[in-house]
Design a protein around this ligand. Structure first.
Ligand code: ADP
Ligand code: MG
Length: 261
């Protein structure tokens, strides 16, 4: 069965502030599809990512998020992960003394234990083989597995750890919010190459990007534009080119015209 993430009429605000940031978002992402979400600064893209990852700093007022018909908003973050959602920045912190490999093994074991309390976790040789395969697939130097997680990592190395985590957890649908701070071209490429090599029939992705140029590297099947908390424009890859050429101003004008009728 093809996994389907369905966002319907989603309204959300920051916790403790009634003013809505998301004002009725509708979006369906299926396994095997790459969706790019763009839009001007402050339009609500990261708020959508935060709501999807269950960040308690945000409050949902209306609408639903379903994964294969199951209510995602009702799930704890780890349940979301087990259901097959990958939300980048779920584990953003540096963990002193824990290597990338140990962290990933722990993540796999935690998931196995949640499914079966008697599980002894993944056998080390199997895990080592899996890591070698995934790192080769992603062109990551194998020595990276022995580094301490996020300790002194460059922006690019953080992205590498994130993409490797995505590869190991094998999500059905991944949501990646590429925030604008400190991402150089190298880091963008790491994420883009990872998304390109991991997406396919097994994985779908919603790539939220603040950068047009990200779409020089990722080839989305669908492009959406968020404006003022709603998706006001959707199309194919040609829409990204149009945005690159014309910017967002015409979206604003079109949106205002829609509001007037
Ligand atoms: P984008 O990612 O598209 O740039 P955001 O979702 O980050 O947009 O922000 C949308 C609006 O919501 C902005 O006006 C922003 O200031 C506000 N906002 C988002 N998160 C918070 C927060 N945690 N606290 C206060 N305001 C927030
Ligand atoms: Mg943002």
């Amino acid at each position: 069965m093809v996994a389907t993430l369905e966002i319907r009429n989603l309204h959300a605000s920051v916790e403790g502030d009634e003013s809505l940031i998301l004002r009725g978002v509708d979006l369906t992402v299926k396994q095997g599809e790459i969706h790019a979400l763009m839009g001007p600064n402050g339009s609500g893209k990261s708020t959508l990512a935060n709501v999807l990852m269950g960040n308690p700093a945000y409050e949902v007022h209306e609408g639903t998020v379903l994964l294969d018909g199951e209510d995602v908003l009702d799930m704890e973050p780890d349940e979301r992960s087990r259901a097959g959602l990958f939300l980048a920045f779920q584990y953003p912190v540096a963990i002193p003394g824990v290597t990338v490999a140990n962290f990933l093994r722990h993540a796999i074991n935690a998931r196995m234990k949640a499914e079966d309390p008697d599980s002894k976790g993944i056998p080390i040789p199997k895990f080592a083989r899996m890591m070698r395969e995934k790192m080769s697939q992603l062109h990551i130097d194998h020595a990276f597995a022995g580094r301490y997680l996020n300790e002194g990592f460059s922006g690019g190395e953080k992205k590498r750890a994130e993409v490797l985590q995505m590869a190991v957890l094998e999500p059905r649908i991944a949501v990646l919010d590429e925030t604008d701070s400190g991402l150089d071209i190298d880091a963008l490429r790491i994420v883009a190459d990872g998304v390109n090599s991991l997406t396919g029939p097994q994985m779908g992705a919603l790539v939220i990007t603040h950068y047009q140029r990200m779409l020089n590297y990722i080839k989305p099947d669908y492009v959406h534009v968020m404006y003022d908390g709603r998706l006001v424009e959707s199309g194919g890859p040609a829409l990204a080119l149009e945005l690159e050429e014309k910017g967002y101003e015409w979206i604003r004008e079109k949106h205002l015209a829609q509001l007037e009728v």
